[in-house]
Design a protein around this ligand. Structure first.
Ligand code: IPM
Ligand code: MG
Length: 349
């Protein structure tokens, strides 16, 4: 029986994970669940944002459903003790190198997007973000230079094997969609990006059927707002992908709607699934959070890790039906609580 590790974490994490759990239970699949603390919550209990027992559970599991981590009360801690260290540690320890962030406008939410409805309505893309390299994981440090001037640095780096494997995920993703791949970099300035571009071009030799383009990240940010419908699949590095995926999510109506999957280099079925929004400490515990992103992440989990595509389709259809029927949490301009939104989705299911 597949084992699901539930890591609710901080802020609104527990509230949205609870709704996803209700949806999974309603499907009556043969799944076992084990829960473990992570993030600030784990630091409070165990003095470590990623306790060994939590990491061990994640390694044993067939899939991980993750809520969110982060709370400003921990901002003063050293970096390795902050909640964010937990998610970065999970990504590194489980080899979760490929982050798929689909951004699609759910019909009915055209008005929730800050873009004009006819522009927002065309959004249907997947951002493939590299997740275990780049400036996130390069050498970092502080020092005091001449004259007592304080300095900080973070090394941006990729090697060709890291670029090649994420490029292949990008091409394969495009092959299952509209056959268009846009690689985003900053090759006009950064050497890391020039290597990235060279390798993507080499890999393209194996994918004659895919239309490959390259775009600088500043232009990509602009094009995402001007004409997001032009994108099918975007493949990019860790930092650019972090920024562009938040932007794409808002263009598609609300950051409360978008799921993600992080796939492992260990075995192709292992993955961690999480909403792309954070812990939102400002609304935590108030029943205001939109559970859709987490419920849709659970659907991605059913499809990628558990080979339950029919169940995934059912969950996605239920979310679409609830939205089409007018169910809206506050981020979507409505008044439903987190659990009332869950109820609407369960009814649709
Ligand atoms: C994300 C988040 C994380 C990131 C944070 C919480 C470390 O913003 O998953 O996009 O920067 O990757
Ligand atoms: Mg982010």
């Amino acid at each position: 029986m597949p084992l699901i590790a539930l890591l609710p974490g901080d802020g609104i994490g527990p509230e949205v994970i609870a709704e996803a759990r209700r949806v999974l239970d309603a499907l009556a699949l043969d799944l076992t669940f084990e829960e473990a603390p992570v993030g600030g919550q784990a630091y409070m209990r165990a003095g470590n944002p990623l306790p060994a027992t939590t990491l061990d559970l994640a390694k044993r599991a067939d899939a991980i459903l993750f809520g969110a981590v982060g709370d400003p009360q921990f901002d003063g801690l050293e970096r390795r003790l902050r909640p964010e260290a937990a998610i970065l540690g999970l990504r590194r320890e489980l080899g979760l190198f490929a982050n798929l962030r689909p951004a699609t406008l759910t019909p009915g939410l055209e008005d929730a997007s800050p873009l004009k409805p006819e522009i927002a309505g065309a959004i249907d893309m997947v951002i493939v973000r590299e997740l275990t390299g780049d400036v996130y994981f390069g050498e970092k440090g502080r020092r005091v230079g001449p004259g007592g001037v304080r300095e900080g640095h973070d090394l941006m780096r990729y090697d060709e094997t890291e670029v090649e494997r994420i490029a292949r995920v990008g091409f394969e993703t495009a092959r299952r969609r509209r056959g268009k791949l846009c690689s985003v970099d900053k090759a006009n300035v950064l050497e890391t990006s020039q290597l990235w571009r060279d390798i993507v071009n080499e890999v393209a030799g194996d994918y004659d059927d895919i239309e490959l383009t390259h775009m600088y990240v500043d232009n990509a940010a602009m094009q995402l707002v001007r004409n997001p419908g032009q994108f099918d699949v975007i493949v990019t590095g860790n930092l650019f992908g972090d920024i562009l995926s938040d932007q794409a999510s808002m263009c598609a109506g609300s950051i409360g709607m978008l799921p993600s999957a992080s796939l492992s280099s260990w075995r192709s079925s292992l993955g961690m699934y999480e909403p792309i929004h954070g812990s939102a400490p400002d609304i935590a515990g108030q029943g205001k959070a939109n559970p859709c992103a987490t419920i849709l992440s659970a659907a991605m989990m059913l499809r990628h890790s558990l080979d339950l595509a029919d169940s995934a389709d059912r969950v996605e259809a239920a979310v679409a039906k609830a939205i089409a029927g007018g169910a809206r949490t506050a981020d979507l301009g409505g008044t439903l609580s987190t659990s009332a939104m869950g109820d609407a989705i369960l009814t649709a299911l």
